[in-house]
Ligand binder design. Structure first.
Ligand code: MG
Length: 317
């Protein structure tokens, strides 16, 4: 069988002073702007109008110096500089990640359910719980904003499924990063829905196509910087379909934790600023339900992680 690691009984995962960095556009405009969201998640500061050059990727590449500049603007901004968040459209915080590395079957409960679901092309060989991280990619063209509709009609097999997940955004790049060094290379954390066509995932054996349909990656609503997250392995996450809770777990149940993931990846390849690691989804996906429950037009999918916020998208026909 498998083992579940003990989670901390009391989670103090956040230091409660989060800097939330968003990409957004003003109503009626398309031009992406860089913003900082206040602690109450009700207001946004337009960093682009305050002289910050470039977008999220450039900010990540600027490292600590860039973040220090943002913090100074955040602390010094007069009340009049803040806009209601409801007045802007949020984009994916990093609209084109440099790379997307996804880790499959990386929560114990999901590894077992997916192994038994009939959609795991590799299930005939090997155990339900992988001995090494299963790493695949997802096309960056799949990325959409946190509230944008998901074009479920692009999957002609009608086997669209949800996967609520924690995403790690790499800050400082590197190769040969050890687990103990990994935190220093993380810029921050955000939420994504690793939307998947289960039939395409199975038929093509390699998961890339089934994971990469246009619009099959809502991300956001913002990036919470790593220094504000005291323990990324103590975060509760949930996913709802039309208000019904389908997934509920805690990042302490990752098979390979974030530091192990960074070490495995960077042993093989150089990680660069703006790379994203999708850490895996917990149990409760539609393909593993009895009977199976795939997403259909009109369904509303909400993924949330305590302290990070939520993303919510409607499936469109
Ligand atoms: Mg996934």
């Amino acid at each position: 069988m498998f083992s579940i690691k003990d989670c901390p009984a009391v989670s103090l995962a956040f230091r409660g002073n989060a800097v939330k960095l968003a990409t957004f556009s003003l109503k009626g405009q398309r031009e992406p702007r860089l913003g900082a969201v206040d602690k109450s998640s009700a207001l946004i500061l337009d960093l682009s109008s305050l002289g910050v050059q470039g977008g999220m990727l450039e900010l990540i590449q600027d490292g600590e110096a860039g973040l220090d500049g943002v913090r100074k603007l955040y602390d010094a901004a007069p009340a009049s500089a803040w806009m209601p968040l409801s007045d802007v459209a949020l984009h994916a915080p990093l609209s084109v990640p440099r790379n997307i590395f996804c880790v499959g079957k990386n929560y114990y409960a999901h590894a077992r359910e997916f192994h038994d679901s009939g959609y795991d092309a590799g299930s005939k060989s090997g155990d339900a719980i992988p001995a090494f991280p299963i790493v695949f990619s997802k096309a960056t063209t799949a990325v959409i904003g946190p509230q944008e509709p998901i074009p479920s009609y692009l999957d002609e097999t009608n086997t669209v499924d949800y996967e609520g997940e924690l995403a790690v955004v790499i800050g400082r790049g590197g190769r040969g990063i050890t687990q103990t060094e990994a935190l220093d290379h993380v810029f921050g954390f955000t939420i994504l829905n690793d939307v998947t066509s289960r039939k395409l995932q199975r038929d093509h054996a390699q998961w890339f196509i089934g994971k990469s349909l246009d619009g099959f990656c809502p991300m956001g609503p913002w990036i919470v910087t790593a220094d504000e997250v005291a323990d990324p392995h103590a975060l509760d996450l949930r996913c709802f379909v039309n208000g019904e809770k389908r997934q509920e777990s805690n990042t302490c149940h990752l098979v390979f934790d974030i530091w192990q993931q960074v070490e495995h990846l960077s042993t093989a390849m150089t990680l660069e600023p703006g790379d994203c690691i999708f850490t895996g989804t917990p149990g409760g996906v539609g393909a593993a339900m009895d009977p199976r429950q795939f997403l259909k037009a009109g369904d509303v999918v909400r993924c949330e992680i305590d302290g990070l916020g939520h993303i919510e998208a409607t499936m469109i026909a």
